[in-house]
Design a protein around this ligand. Structure first.
Ligand code: PLP
Length: 274
């Protein structure tokens, strides 16, 4: 496998990042995951804007987005796969301990692996831990993902594939790697960014293309929602068929099925909706 590291394509096995990189020592880094279909990344421009916004939020040097674009093109060309997962990682570079080595610039890694298509519906749990809707990292896609790893492990123990968080005010927020939509009295709603959720690229497109409303949603709505679905880069739109062990009959329901159809059509028609 070829990856991009600091300005050039390299063999993944031979590529080296310092063990004193800030991304490793303190999780001071940001990332993006994109899907590629036959070598074409989806929504690259939106992902690059979010990468830059996350980097700014962490106080990292502004990433050179032309280089990131070049890196994505080089990596997708060098690793031809029908359906891929393209990962951009951008970190603060050497930690203070390593700075006497004189290399203090940020680290950019772009890698691509084969992705698997997700089923149309899945099982989800809720977790008791809260997202902080007013933290320094809220809304940033940082490499500090351990909270999500813990919640996802809990989901897997319960034969589920995703875990949903509420925020400190008991409002529905998001999953470990997805945003959430619910249908209430026939209306499609999703938590607002003020809930503390990530501005998911898929969330944004689904909301624009379906006209879904951003509304604060107490966690209890999950008990009475007619339909629930998740959105993310590798899921697109995925219906929730079981929540905390309770079956949601008929998933994907009609609103979810329509959102799936609209997303599939619009994203096939335009691979880089600006
Ligand atoms: N929320 C979190 C915490 C995520 O990590 C992700 C994606 O990984 C999402 C939401 C969904 O975002 P996107 O649609 O951009 O993949």
């Amino acid at each position: 496998m070829k990856i991009w590291l600091d300005g050039a394509l390299r063999d993944a096995d031979a590529a080296q990042v310092s063990v004193l990189d800030h991304g490793l020592t303190v999780g001071d880094g940001v990332f993006e995951t994109l899907k590629t279909t036959e070598g074409t990344p989806f929504a690259l421009t939106r992902h690059l804007h979010r990468l830059a916004a996350s980097a700014r939020g962490l106080g990292l040097p502004e990433p050179d987005l032309d280089e990131v674009r070049r890196a994505c093109a080089a990596v997708t060309e060098a690793n031809p796969v029908p359906f891929g997962r393209l990962r951009i990682t951008y970190t603060g570079g050497l930690s203070p301990l390593g700075s006497d080595r004189g290399e203090t610039g940020p680290t950019l890694v772009v890698a691509l692996g084969e992705a698997t298509r997700r089923p149309d519906s899945t099982s989800v749990i809720t977790v008791p831990w809260t997202r902080n809707e007013r933290g320094a990292l809220t809304g940033l896609k940082t490499t500090s993902y351990a909270e999500n790893v813990v919640a996802l492990a809990r989901a897997r123990q319960q034969a589920a594939t995703e875990a949903l968080f509420g925020n400190t005010h008991g409002q529905l927020c998001e999953g470990t790697g997805s945003n959430v939509f619910v249908v209430l009295d026939g209306a499609l709603c999703t938590p607002p960014l003020s809930s503390g959720c990530l501005a998911g690229i898929t969330r944004g497109l689904v909301a624009e293309w379906t006209g879904a409303q951003e509304t604060e949603l107490p966690l209890e709505v999950l008990d009475r929602a007619e339909e629930i679905f998740l959105t993310s880069t590798l899921r697109d739109v995925q219906a929730v068929a079981r929540l905390d062990g309770r079956t949601l009959p008929g998933a994907p329901g009609p609103v979810t099925a329509k959102a799936m159809e609209i997303f599939a059509e619009r994203s096939a028609a335009d691979s880089d909706p600006g």
